[in-house]
Structure formats: C-alpha cells, structure tokens
Design a protein around this ligand. Structure first.
Ligand SMILES: [Zn+2]
Ligand SMILES: [Zn+2]
Length: 233
C-alpha cells in the first residue's frame, strides 16, 4: 500500500492511501482536476473520502466527488453544514471496503474537526491528525504503524501581532505539540511518520524533520509531506 501526497498545507490538502484497486482519500482540498489527475482518473476505486472539516483547504472538491458517487465521511456537526456528508459518530468504527475506520474529534479553533484512525490488513494502522491545537486521545495501545500528523509552526517563529495568531495557536499544532503526540503514541510498531500541513510562513521543515527524527530514531522513516511524495506503507 502507498501514501501519495497530492497537496499539504493551507493551499490545499489531499492524500491518497491504498493500492491501485482500493483507495481512501484523506481530505480533498484541491481542485477536482488536480485530484482526478492524482487518481489517474480512476474514481471507481475510491472507497471513501475522510473529510476532517469544512475549511476549503480540506473540503474544496468534497461535493464534486460526492456527486461522482464517492461517499464522504465526516463528523456529525460537519454533516449539518455540508448536506452531502455521511455523519460519523465519534469513536464508533465503520468500514469502507476493507478499511476499518474510527473518527474522533479534534479541537480546531471554532470549527468542528475530526481525526481518523484507519486499519487495513495490508497496511496495518494509520493515524491521520491535522488542524488541531492538541489531541485529547492516546492510541498507544493500538500500536500505530503509520502516523500522519500536522506540524504547522515553531513556537519561537510565531508573530503575536499577526492577524491569524489566535487561529494558529488555538487551531494548529506547534512543533512541541506534534512531538508530544509522537512521543505519546510511539511504540516499536511505528514505521513511518509523515509531517503534514506545515505553514509556509511559520513552519521550518528542516528543524521539524531533525527534531522529529531525534525522537523516533533511525528505524522509522520520517518525511515532510510535499506534493508528489509517495511513501510505501
Ligand atoms: Zn487546514
Ligand atoms: Zn482548518
């Protein structure tokens, strides 16, 4: 199974997880055209779109893919605003093809947001968390194999006078937060860590990569998500 990054960050988030004949999209915040190209125009193999929240950088093409017949799953509150969403109850497992999935709420400023834990017999477990100030849950007992986690900014680079200061602090993960999430969920089962949604203004990819690598050690593959990146799961 593979993880393919089509987009990551406030300009648009979309990730493909799966194989050539069964796939899940994590968010769909790029144009239809960009996502279709990433899928080699094969929409029929997409079992589900897991939508974290309603912001455009995650949801831009959700309605369009729903119209193409792909089920879009997100939290109950998001389904009240986006009528095409199939509501997911927090911490209640559901299936899409051979993927077993659990959604859980994550604090994203004022906007309802959901993280997802998914499992597939050919992939193991993958935890996807983005646009969150902190994580109220611990998944250590699950033995996460693949972690996709936001690392938006470095605290020391933040500008308190910036208009988006409050949103960033209350809605996005700082490097120290991301490191805490990794430490809290790390076991010997961990194989890959993919750092996602890095801010173009307040992120520091080199520092993030170095500091995350120092936590997980050499046995774990660590990458910063950039369009076109593929990772073997
Ligand atoms: Zn976002
Ligand atoms: Zn957002």
């Amino acid at each position: 199974m593979m993880l393919t990054v089509l987009g990551s960050g406030s300009s648009g988030n979309c990730y493909i997880v799966g194989s050539s004949n069964e796939r899940v999209l994590l968010d769909c915040g790029l144009t239809q055209r960009e996502i279709l190209r990433g899928l080699n125009f094969n929409v029929a193999v997409v079992d589900a779109i897991l939508l974290t929240h309603e912001h455009k950088d995650h949801a831009l093409s959700a309605r369009a893919f729903h119209k193409m017949g792909v089920p879009v799953y997100s939290g109950t509150e998001t389904s009240h605003k986006c009528e095409y969403v199939r509501p997911v109850s927090a911490l209640k497992p559901f299936s899409a093809g051979k993927f077993n999935i659990i959604g859980f709420p994550l604090p994203h400023d004022e906007t309802p947001n959901m993280g997802f834990l998914m499992r597939h017999p050919d992939m193991g477990t993958l935890l996807y968390m983005t646009d969150f100030a902190y994580c109220p849950y611990n998944f250590k007992k699950v033995g996460i194999n693949h972690l996709m986690v936001e690392c938006n900014y470095c605290e020391s680079d933040l500008d308190i006078d910036d208009d988006a200061y409050k949103h960033r602090v209350q809605g996005h993960a700082a490097l120290n937060t991301t490191k805490g999430v990794i430490r809290a969920n790390m076991t010997d089962a961990l194989k890959t860590v993919t750092i996602i949604h890095v801010s173009s203004n307040y992120g520091n990819p080199d520092r993030m990569l170095t500091e995350v690598k120092s936590i997980v050690g050499d046995g774990v593959e660590v990458n910063i998500a950039v369009p076109g990146l593929t990772i073997q799961l």
